[in-house]
Design a protein around this ligand. Structure first.
Ligand SMILES: Cc1ncc(COP(=O)(O)O)c(C=O)c1O
Length: 491
């Protein structure tokens, strides 16, 4: 052991001057409020100039930088060049916008460096379990189901399909792995399913060929007759179908598979029914539109986000599994240093389940706090109204598109996603595809709005996914005006 005189002086990462740091904290919060209040007046997106990229090159900083200076760099080089999903006119891909209370919660969770999921006698676990219980109640899922908050729906899909694999493989898959399968296992989803489903299948070792992509009907829902035929063929070929993934709101068009039909089919065929309800699941809390996703409560596992259509700050998603025992059985693994349970006292005693037993991560942050605080602040009735507002706005936008001779809707709006394009008689499909891609880029680069582009049946359409609590009808009026203006200029 070194002599005390040889030891370095003790240090900490806490502020040397607490009062100066407090003042910086107050300023930072004030600036943030000014920024959020004036969002509507700011561009929806800004391209980061070359010097911004250059600013983030270089070696690790060996010497300290004053906290004020670090914050100034954030304001100068990071804040203005956000993706823009917090802006009222961001509708690209599918993204939420965050809430002020959620921002507070992130700060508070970081203040105690909060961990959640292990060491059961602490409030964080109670909060997460309550948020999971709220999700079950709101989505009509059984109270005794298992559940876990995740970093998003990709992670939730992985967990759901991992439980399906263990529950339906017909042997101890955790022990033997997939090479122990007497017959190759197969899974089924529609051609419109999100790429995260394929990623999950690949990560779980099934291989992407095991994921059968079933054709869709004219409304872009999975074709159930084609699914039945695929199951018959695969069984006849000696394969072992285990799971069907239904979609409650596809990314491209918001299409919702026939969930009651899929639930019936899975019951008849003895298959696990997983639903990817990344954003669409939340239509279940809109008073007027909940019928659209009826049937998702029959899923064996249900994956969804809270950072899209519950508008919570990234990241937060959730997986629910109807049979909590099967959920736990697929993941629980306790090393001796984490032994817990009956007879233990202190932090290792158990008064609620350890959430780490329900997923692949041990150390987990306190995602639950932002959900708990925001949902409490606003109440679920208001949430239901805002989700309904977004669906109404999608109908409103579709109406504007139909009323404009220069625009064309890709297909009737089924949820909160509107796909449309600018058309000009005489232009061929290739030229129209290019033109609409250009319109998307101009809208973004001029900072007007952020839609994305999707391809539907070979044609490119502007894609407006409304999971935005800040959007107003006037934003869609502006969008339509600007698409027509830019379209005419470019054409
Ligand atoms: C239908 C669908 N499923 C899954 C995901 C993946 O979710 P996340 O981005 O939260 O991982 C998305 C993302 O947009 C999605 O739209």
């Amino acid at each position: 052991m070194p002599e005390p005189t040889e030891m370095l002086p003790e240090e900490t990462l806490d502020p040397e001057d607490w009062e100066a740091m407090r003042a910086l904290g107050h300023r930072l919060l004030d600036d943030t409020f000014d920024y959020l209040k004036s969002l509507r007046e700011q561009p929806a997106w800004r391209h980061a100039p070359r010097e911004v990229k250059a600013h983030f090159e270089g070696p690790p900083p060996q010497d300290p930088t004053p906290a004020e200076e670090v914050y100034r760099e954030y304001v100068r080089y990071i804040l203005p060049y956000q993706m823009g999903n917090h802006h009222p006119r961001f509708w690209g891909w599918v993204a939420g916008n965050g809430t002020v209370m959620g921002m507070f919660a992130e700060l508070l969770a970081a203040a105690t460096d909060a961990i959640c999921g292990v060491l059961s006698y602490n409030s964080n676990n109670y909060v997460e379990l309550q948020v999971i219980d709220w999700c079950k109640t709101l989505l009509g899922y059984p109270a005794q189901a298992g559940g876990l908050l995740t970093s998003g729906c990709s992670a939730a899909n992985i967990i759901g399909l991992a439980v399906a694999r263990q529950a339906r493989a017909g042997y101890d898959q955790r022990k033997k792995g997939l090479c122990g399968a007497p017959r190759p296992l197969t899974l089924y989803c529609s051609k419109e399913a999100h790429s995260s489903v394929q990623k999950a299948v690949e990560l779980l070792g099934f291989g992407s060929e095991a994921l059968r992509r079933i054709p869709v009907n004219a409304s872009l829902q999975m074709d159930l007759a084609a699914l039945r035929a695929a199951l018959r063929e695969d069984r006849a070929a000696g394969l072992h179908p285990i799971c069907v993934v239904g979609g409650a709101g596809t990314t491209n068009t918001g299409a919702i598979d026939d969930l009651p039909g899929l639930a019936d089919l899975c019951t008849e065929e003895g298959l696990w029914f997983h639903v990817d309800g990344a954003f669409g699941a939340w239509a279940a809390i809109s008073p007027r539109y909940k019928h659209l996703v009826a049937g998702l409560e029959r899923a064996d596992s249900l994956a969804f986000d809270l950072h899209k259509w519950l508008y919570l700050p990234y990241p937060i998603g959730c997986i629910l599994v109807r049979n909590a025992h099967e959920h736990r059985h697929a993941f629980s693994l306790t090393p001796t240093y984490l032994a817990h349970g009956k007879g233990k006292r202190g932090l290792t005693g158990v008064d609620v389940p350890w959430l780490a037993d329900y997923g692949f991560e041990l150390s987990r942050g306190f995602q639950a706090l932002k959900a708990w605080m925001t949902i409490k602040e606003h109440g679920t009735a208001k949430y239901g109204r805002i989700i309904q507002q977004n669906i109404d706005q999608a109908q409103y936008l579709a109406g504007l598109v139909e009323a404009a001779s220069e625009l064309e809707l890709a297909l009737p709006v089924s949820l909160n996603v509107v796909c449309f394009r600018f058309v000009r008689p005489g232009l061929g499909e290739a030229a129209l595809n290019q033109l609409n891609k250009e319109i998307e880029i101009e809208l973004q680069e001029q900072g007007i709005a952020v839609p994305s582009v999707v391809r539907i049946k070979g044609r490119k359409y502007l894609h407006v996914a409304i999971t935005n609590h800040r959007s107003r009808r006037e934003d869609f009026d502006l969008l339509v005006r600007e698409v027509i203006r830019i379209g005419k200029e470019l054409a």
